[in-house]
Design a protein around this ligand. Structure first.
Ligand code: G3P
Length: 496
């Protein structure tokens, strides 16, 4: 029997490969960061070729780390930064433009025009999404409108569109398979989450030809075999899900009402709502969690655009830390932020504010503010943003969360997790394996090929490493939150 399942985790800032064993434990990891392209303020791009090459090279490295060959791998599961849009030539495989990243704001004006016509209501009813530059639809339109000859080529059937899962599967199969899964399709703003079809009315409105869209399949099924020249043999590609939905699966949130929060580049709180697509009244998204067999499950999602990326900004742009993990020591070196709030609205604000024109703000500066306060305030902003989406989620679902399961890189930060539980007033559970995004993709793939028998196998593997319990007095909580909300108020609409 094969020893491992391979998860390819293509995130916003790095490509990773993890090999998991039957217990859901990590046996091998390889990771490579890749170039972030910021052509002009508010625009974000990636080079699709670099995404593919880094992903392939980490897959090879992960195999080498444990002297494994293709025959040791039961299946490949793919998980990815969602919404990021690639358009390429079906004959040559060459992208016609860089990938337009989910964070990119270049299509805000297209969204404004659609909103002015009231089309946002139609989009919300059909796709569960809020009209925002975040999603793929307006990004595809932008490419077809701005790259010379692109629309004619697309109409002739020469160009293909894909989110990153689609782009990777297409490359892994050397152009044989053009598919996506339900969870990724539900983030394009082109997919009707109720009828489970690409939506003709939205496609027409955005002038996007249907023939460039991938076939939509369940999240756990064999899409095709990897080309033998790539990883030394054929391996079934048997699972795919957007990274936040994969993390929900990896956290074994299989029952309606269970939720997780992932602290990655952004911060994404998702609650499983079972077979019911709940429409939000509080700025959350309704999205497809996954499709297994002929059943689709839904989730409510609070999407926060900047979380770990704000810590990266401290490291790479401000250069006031050398390593993300050092933030914990700095934050603990001071008793509070000395009145400082950092609102990391670098690419606008997502849930529950949905302001495309909000921009970052630092408030409450006085002469005594030190680097430590500043770092602490940036970390605290992750917890405040989570508070805002959790509150909206409880209002929408009518469910009081008893605990919050957390994962993603920044959940290793003990200061942040303690502050998070204090601000929420709800215990926070950190599992043993915090790579739940990759684990979820591995489970989806492993279940499709019988490596794992059923969901019970995954449930048995899940274990808590640490529970953080709230200690802060309610008065303090309220005082801090009041300051945060005032600070957010100052960042809204700034770039308009
Ligand atoms: O919707 C964007 C999200 O999928 C990005 O995830 O992990 O790269 O922050 P991550």
């Amino acid at each position: 029997m094969a020893k491992y399942v391979m998860a390819l985790d293509q995130g916003t800032t790095s490509s990773r490969c993890i090999l998991f064993n039957e217990k859901g434990l990590i046996e091998s990891v390889a990771q490579k960061e890749f170039t972030q392209i910021f052509p002009t303020p508010g625009w974000v791009e990636h080079n699709p070729e670099e995404i593919w090459f880094t992903q392939l090279s980490v897959a090879r490295e992960a195999l080498q780390n444990v002297d494994a060959t293709a025959s040791d791998i039961a299946a490949i599961g793919i998980t990815n930064q969602r919404e990021t849009t690639v358009v390429w030539d079906r004959h040559t495989g060459a992208p016609v433009y860089n990938a337009i990243v989910w964070q990119c704001r270049r299509t805000s004006n297209i969204c404004d025009e659609l909103k002015a016509e009231g089309f946002d209501q139609i989009v919300k009813a059909k796709t569960g999404l809020i009209m925002d530059a975040y999603f793929s639809g307006t990004k595809v339109k932008w490419i077809l409108d701005h790259v010379e000859g692109a629309r004619e080529r697309a109409e002739k059937g020469d160009l293909l569109f894909g989110t990153i899962d689609t782009w990777l599967i297409w490359n892994l199969t050397k152009g044989a398979v053009h598919v996506t899964d339900y969870s990724n399709a539900s983030r394009t703003m082109l997919f009707n989450i109720h009828t489970l079809e690409w939506d003709k009315e939205i496609l027409e409105k955005l002038n996007i030809p249907l023939c460039m869209l991938p076939e939509v399949k369940p999240s756990s099924c064999v899409y095709g075999m990897s080309d033998p020249s790539l990883l030394g043999g054929e391996i079934p590609i048997a699972g795919a899900a957007g990274d936040q939905q994969a993390a929900l699966f990896g956290q074994t949130c299989f029952e309606p009402g269970t939720a997780k929060n992932t602290y990655g580049t952004g911060c994404f709180l998702l609650m499983n709502t079972g077979g019911q697509a709940i429409e939000s009244r509080n700025g959350l998204l309704t999205t497809i969690a996954w499709g297994i067999g002929d059943k689709v499950e839904y989730a409510l999602e609070g999407s926060v655009f900047m979380a770990g990326a704000a810590i990266q900004w401290l490291r790479d742009e401000l250069r006031i830390i050398d390593h993300a993990s050092h933030t914990e020591t700095y934050a603990k070196a001071v008793p509070d932020t000395n009145g400082v709030y950092v609102v990391p609205a670098f690419t606008g604000l997502g849930a529950p504010y949905w302001d495309q024109y909000a921009r970052g703000a630092i408030l409450g500066l006085t002469r005594g503010v030190k680097k430590e306060h500043f770092i602490r305030a940036t970390l605290e902003s992750l917890a405040y943003q989570t508070f805002d989406v959790l509150k909206a989620m409880q209002e929408d679902s009518g469910i009081e969360l008893k605990t919050l399961k957390v994962d993603g890189g920044a959940c290793a930060n003990n200061f942040l997790m303690q502050f998070q539980t204090d601000i929420l007033g709800v215990p926070v559970q950190r599992p043993e394996v915090i790579e739940t995004t990759a684990l979820g993709a591995a489970y989806l793939a492993g279940l499709a090929v019988g490596y794992w028998k059923d969901l019970e196998d995954a449930r048995n593997n899940w274990a808590i490493s640490k529970t953080f319990k709230p200690k802060m007095a309610e008065e303090k909580q309220n005082e801090l939150l009041e300051g945060w909300h005032r600070a957010v108020g100052h960042s809204l609409g700034w770039a308009n």
